[in-house]
Design a protein around this ligand. Structure first.
Ligand code: HEC
Length: 376
């Protein structure tokens, strides 16, 4: 009878695995050519079929999570020679399934983004990290396959490093996707304290790489008071445009000019800009509603009553935000970045206090819950 060892040492044929892997890579590339990732709102409406497929993104993404998650465990077992001998082929299959799932999820995600309204830091990080992670997993697949077909165990280490880091990037990217559908605080809100601030600052740090300064940035700080430093030429710190370093956890102390800031202009409008105006602006006014200036916000849309001064509960904007997430009329629609409780409290306060265009931040008495939304 065949003794097991010579059989398992005979070089196996990996033709099928190579064909499957190359098909996957070619499919990914063709998909990307047909639907190039974009970081700005699409100019034209995508065909219904594209949007239909796009909506499978939230389902498809579970496949790589499951398969590649399982693979992490398998790879630990494969660290030993015996583990690799008995599980290597299964790990390869699992890797292929996870890679295929990633490819499908990424392509569907890009199609979903064609609906419009997907922009901003969370989206940029989500799309970019998912793409990089998927490319990494595909490369890892090739390296594993190469290592197996050439019985090269050293390459296996390179493969594992590549796989684990790609999967890690993908996981980080997935987190920013979660922020888009569940709101930016979904994961951190109930995190235990020391961890919570760390998570938030890492998140902000990552976002600072990709977020453009807000449409109307706070006026630049007054020219730095001449530092008493007559010393000559401190080697010109040709600081490459490094992204902002991790922001300090404490808000900057009140700047001189903050006394002149207006509640609508500097607190409420930026919230509308960030959360509503992809759909309620000059070019695209869903429900006939625009929220990009004071006048148009007060005028309201199809149903009027958008902002009823002194009466937040009667204001359509508040009513829509308060509807349950899965209600068709909830704003922003499910899947878009949601208004945070602090932002809601700020908008509510502004309406309660008369929805004025001229109320100054320095004279406003925002409730404590609104604090986070009133950073100037
Ligand atoms: C992704 C696009 C999108 C985003 C983002 C969005 N909306 Fe809307 N909004 C719509 C669409 C579509 C309608 C029209 C259908 C409907 O009435 O539900 C609408 C309608 C409304 C209406 C009803 C207007 C009327 O008079 O009938 C209000 C109020 C509203 N949105 C407020 C908001 C607010 C406030 C935000 C941000 C916190 C927001 N929306 C974000 C798409 C969006």
């Amino acid at each position: 009878m065949s003794s097991p060892s010579p059989a398992s040492e005979a070089p196996r044929s990996y033709t099928l695995a190579w064909v499957g892997s190359l098909l996957l890579i070619v499919g990914f590339l063709i998909g990307l050519l047909a639907f190039p990732p974009m970081y700005e709102a699409p100019k034209t409406e995508a065909p219904g079929m594209v949007l239909f497929i796009g909506r499978f993104h939230p389902i498809l993404l579970h496949l790589p999570v499951g398969a590649l998650g399982l693979l992490c465990l398998m790879e630990l077992l494969c660290l030993s020679r015996r583990g690799e001998e008995s599980l290597g082929a299964a790990a390869l299959l699992t890797l292929w399934v996870g890679a295929a799932g990633s490819v499908m999820a990424v392509l569907a995600g890009i199609m979903l983004s064609r609906e419009g309204g997907y922009e901003g830091g969370n989206f940029t990080l989500h799309q970019t990290l998912a793409l990089v992670g998927t490319a990494g997993v595909l490369l890892a697949l090739v390296v594993r396959l190469f290592s197996m077909s050439h019985a090269n165990r050293d390459l296996m280490h390179a493969y594992r490093a590549l796989f684990f880091s790609s999967f890690g990037l993908m996981g980080l990217g997935a987190h920013f996707g979660g922020n888009m559908s569940h709101g930016s605080k979904f994961l951190t809100e109930h995190a235990p304290e020391p961890l919570k601030s760390q998570m938030i600052s890492v998140e902000k740090w990552m976002l600072s790489f990709v977020e453009k300064p807000k449409a109307e940035p706070a006026p630049p700080p007054p020219p730095a008071p001449e530092v008493p430093k007559p010393e000559s030429t401190p080697a010109p710190v040709a600081s490459a445009p490094t992204p902002t370093p991790p922001p300090p956890m404490t808000p900057a102390p009140e700047t001189v000019s903050s006394g002149d800031k207006l509640v609508f202009q500097h607190v409420i409008l930026p919230i509308f800009e960030a959360k509503c105006n992809k759909c309620h602006n000059e070019e695209k006014s869903k429900g006939d509603l625009r929220l990009d200036t004071y006048e148009v916000a007060m005028k309201g849309g199809e149903n009027g009553n958008n902002i009823v001064p002194g009466k937040p509960e009667e204001s359509l904007t508040i009513q829509r935000i308060l509807l349950p997430l899965d209600d068709d009329e909830h704003m922003p629609p499910e899947g878009k970045e949601q208004v945070t409780p602090a932002e809601l409290a700020a908008i509510r306060y502004w309406i309660q206090a008369g929805a004025s265009a001229n109320q100054k931040v320095s004279e406003a008495q925002f409730p404590a819950e609104a604090k986070e939304a009133v950073k100037l």
